[in-house]
Design a protein around this ligand. Structure first.
Ligand code: SDX
Length: 428
């Protein structure tokens, strides 16, 4: 392949370097396009063909259904690692030694108390508030209680911000759920593992000790690993562009949480369950929903299906589908919704509309079935996605800051009015 790409505009030829990634992906480096051509830019709504950065964190191959964190396959990590190990790998680039992992966890525990005044902000929310809105607000509010986490330049300052949010975020997750259910706000127990601690903070009843269930611990650990990073998806790109103004880690994460909330992105796991429930209420009439999903006049989409990158099975969906059978079996939970989901998947995979558009189940299609079996309320499903994605967002923010990336500021193609003189109101 030639090392240059040539563009011809109005008879003029312009050359741009061709760059290759370590997995032989190819990109045209157009950093000099506008200056070389006297103002010509590219345009690509939704950035379907545009790379925003070079990154060494996560590799996806959408055609082959490959997902790797720092070179390790998602299948091996989900099977052999635990969530905090994967968080360390994503953020710092290598699997930790036992000593490194123990120090990371102990630094996180040192920072897992949230200022009591944050509860006053939480109190101001109505019980009806969606937990994603609460979580985004409280995450941003943490900046006010940890001002030194804003303008971080050194790796040490970044590390301190990172362990602060890794410690406090699970507390905010549990407070968002407990507030909604009228339960007193819990803190964790430093003697527990990271995931065990999350479960205890979420589910401990005030009148009895919380009994850990190894099935729930393993299921949540695996789900958090599967959600931990996914290269430049919508919410991660939001974290990177917010962080590129040096606005600070916590508010950059808060912007990512807001982007994740959308039903086209992380909010899909809640929308999938609501869709499956509606199909169940409709007597299991999957054909009606398939028809709605294909009807261009109908805004309804088959939630949990399709993906910007995967044009093959989402490897996470395969793992979660298998885990759903195992977890429900181990918990002795019979959930007709799982059968409806499998029926819907089978129909869609055989339907020409879905086949032609390479629409497959994505990470959100089965995850909610496991969350529900674990006793996690549906409005908390996307919050669990955010908890899993936290280390990925942190890793991407840290990479962007360490690489000293410029502030993100896309161009546009103006299609509005040409110059026109102001007209006084009496003449309009
Ligand atoms: C996540 O990017 C990531 O990595 C995200 C994520 C992560 O880990 O961060 O993987 C997590 O967000 C997974 C996606 C969760 N969202 C959903 O399940 C919502 C349903 N899916 C769709 O809305 C859609 O598939 C998207 C948003 C996921 C992707 O949209 P694209 O890439 O912009 O594709 P598109 O909208 O251009 O669709 C192409 C065609 C269109 O039909 P035509 O105009 O060609 O006739 O496929 C159709 C779409 O109408 N289509 C669907 C569909 N998804 C796409 N039709 C029915 N149901 C669907 N789900």
């Amino acid at each position: 392949m030639s090392e240059k790409a040539t563009l011809e505009i109005n008879g003029e030829k312009y050359e741009f370097p061709i760059v290759k990634g370590t997995e032989n992906e190819v990109a045209i480096d157009i950093k000099t396009l506008r200056s070389a051509t006297g103002g010509v830019i590219t345009i690509d709504p939704g950035y379907k063909n545009t790379g925003s950065c070079e990154s060494a964190i996560t590799f996806l191959d959408g055609e082959k259904g490959i997902l790797r964190y720092r070179g390790y396959s998602i299948e091996e990590l989900a099977d052999k690692a635990d969530f905090l190990e994967v968080a360390y790998l994503l953020i710092f680039g290598e699997l930790p030694s036992q000593e490194e992992l123990d120090k990371f966890h102990s630094d996180i525990k040192e920072n897992s108390v949230v200022d009591d005044d944050v509860k006053k902000i939480l109190d101001a929310f109505p019980k009806s508030a969606h937990p994603m809105g609460v979580l985004s607000s409280l995450t941003a509010a943490l900046t006010a209680f940890n001002p030194s986490s804003v303008d971080v330049e050194s790796e040490e300052d970044m590390y301190n911000s990172i362990v602060r949010i890794m410690g406090k975020f699970p507390v905010l997750v549990s407070w968002a759920m407990r507030k909604k259910h009228g339960l007193p706000l819990e803190y964790g127990d430093d003697n527990l593992g990271y995931v065990e601690n999350v479960l205890r903070m979420m589910f401990k009843n005030p009148n009895r000790e919380y009994e850990q269930n190894p099935i729930l611990i393993d299921a949540l650990d695996k789900l958090l690993i599967l959600h931990a990073d996914h290269e430049q998806n919508c919410s991660t790109s939001t974290v990177r562009i917010t962080g590129s103004s040096h606005a600070g880690l916590f508010v950059s994460l808060a912007s990512g949480i807001s982007a994740l909330w959308g039903p086209l992105h992380g909010g899909a796991n809640q929308a999938v369950l609501e869709m499956l429930e509606a199909i169940k209420e409709d007597g299991g009439d999957t054909k009606k929903y398939m028809a709605k999903a294909k009807d261009k006049e109908d805004p309804f989409r088959l939630m949990g299906f399709g993906h910007r990158v995967y044009k093959n099975f989402d490897p996470r969906a395969r793992i979660i589908k298998k885990a759903a059978d195992e977890v429900l079996g181990d918990l002795g939970v019979e959930d007709p919704i799982l059968d409806i989901a499998k029926g819907l998947e089978k129909e869609a995979l055989e339907d020409q509309y879905f086949v032609d558009r390479k629409l497959y189940p994505n990470v959100d299609f089965y995850s909610g079935i496991i969350y529900r079996a674990m006793g996690i309320p549906v409005e908390m499903f996307t919050v669990m996605f955010a908890l899993g994605r936290l280390p990925g967002w942190i890793a991407q923010w840290r990479e962007m800051r360490l690489r000293k990336e410029p502030i993100g500021r896309p161009r546009q193609l103006y299609i509005g009015e040409n110059y026109r003189p102001f007209s006084p109101i009496e003449k309009r």
